[in-house]
Design a protein around this ligand. Sequence first.
Ligand code: PHE
Length: 332
Amino acid sequence: MINAQDIHDGINIINQTQTEADLESARLHWLGKKGLLTNAFKALGALDKDERVEKAKSLNEFKEKIQAALVQSKLRISQILLNEKLNQQLDMTLPARDAIKGNTHPISQVINQLHRFFELRGFTSYSAEHNFDVEEESNNFSLLNIPENHPARSMQDTFFIGSQLLRTHVSASQPRILKQLNPPIKAVVFGRVYRSDQPDVTHVPVFHQMECLYIDKKCHFGHLKDTIDAFIRYLFGHSMKTRYRSSYFPFTEPSVEIDVWMPEEKQWLEILGAGMVHPNVIKNCGHDPDSFRGFAFGVGIERLAMLYFGLKDVRQLYGADVELLSGCDLWQ
Ligand code: PHE
């Protein structure tokens, strides 16, 4: 039969174990299916009642002691393992893992650059307060001198949402600004526009524009030309060749479109529409067209980004080619 000395020796051995495996074999030795204590409990059945009660009591005490020693050693060994890990030397000479450096999206870079230029020229960005993707039909069309059934409405295929629509141009911000502010007004708005266009090399159905609006007592075509030429120079330098082409927009008179020359492709690329604000627009929005005049233009941000970064296809701006996109860096 197991006696107190056996238990004492057993606890000593448990207290000296150094690994989890040694501890587990000590546990099996005492408490496993064929362990010493397990067998001793089984043997109780053969004893007569008084002896059985007495032996069972001491066996239970032995069991508790062994169990307590096992728990304590488990803690002790996990502390040993933790210390070993903590003491492992860090190798500071190992090469660092490659870090993927993100970059501001090329479209945002162009927007930031334009923002900087127009702020320096005294324009205020109303991109927060007068910038709505879902617009009233009046702001997108009628107040801009495009009445219902006017063929100009079909110049831009429109998505309607009930009585509202997804704006087809950021010019829809013009009436919002004109209705709220008194001239002189020097405003820019950056935003998304939506047209039912099939995506191709130069088109995506959702793209970005910057609208510029200038209204004052004295304003003439020279102001428009100076502003546009200056921002193109700011972005692309003096060597960029531009061309003013007479055009038509219901909300400007006269109207022009501006192209830039792409030497590699040997062709012109249209980047913006512009003109002197039509007197009807000034009147529709509550101002006197005899006292105020102005200019406006809308520029396609994606087109500028393509030119700036030498991209061949506007859809590259919306692909997931992280290497290409993070390689687009205005400051390089
Ligand atoms: N809104 C026009 C477009 O999207 C551009 C434009 C803006 C033209 C302002 C004239 C004045 O095509």
